[in-house]
Design a protein around this ligand. Structure first.
Ligand SMILES: [Zn+2]
Length: 149
């Protein structure tokens, strides 16, 4: 019981000891005030309990968030670890080349190339890799250049 509830209960005890006369308007007023105080102290009690629960929930939520952040950091460092491998891989093999069907020049295909609209840097030929019946083959750019010369 909180202090407010204790005081309200004490006042009610005093009132009951006074043997109030219900037909006396002043006594009626006092009894009414004591009643309201009792109701208010009940509400205060519930609110205090709710705040305690909320505090507990907030603390648990904070712990969960901490765990999630920790896990995300773990995943990020794992990703960084694999990114290291990716970088090595990219240096050697990320770029692929196809031969231009018109002039034979090697055309670089990378992540940002639109496979349905590739333009030959040399002759301006437009190539659509998504039209799969054309039969373009992936070639090695460097050796293809050497073959041409
Ligand atoms: Zn070309």
């Amino acid at each position: 019981m909180n202090d407010f509830a204790k005081k309200a209960a004490y006042l009610r005890g005093l009132m009951e000891g006074m043997k109030l006369d219900p037909s006396n308007p002043e006594h009626k007023l006092i009894a009414g005030i004591i009643d309201v105080l009792g109701d208010l102290s009940d509400v205060a009690e519930e609110l205090l309990l709710a705040v305690d629960d909320l505090d507990e929930s907030t603390e648990e939520l904070g712990d969960s968030v901490d765990e999630i952040i920790e896990r995300i950091e773990d995943i990020e460092s794992e990703l960084d670890y694999f990114d290291g491998f990716d970088d090595d891989y990219d240096d050697d093999d990320d770029e692929i080349h196809i031969g231009c069907p018109k002039c034979g020049t090697a055309i670089e295909i990378d992540d940002i190339t639109d496979p349905s609209d590739i333009v030959c840097q040399k002759c301006g030929e437009r190539i659509d890799l998504t039209a799969d019946d054309e039969g373009y083959e992936e070639i090695d750019g460097k050796s293809d250049d050497e073959d041409d010369e």
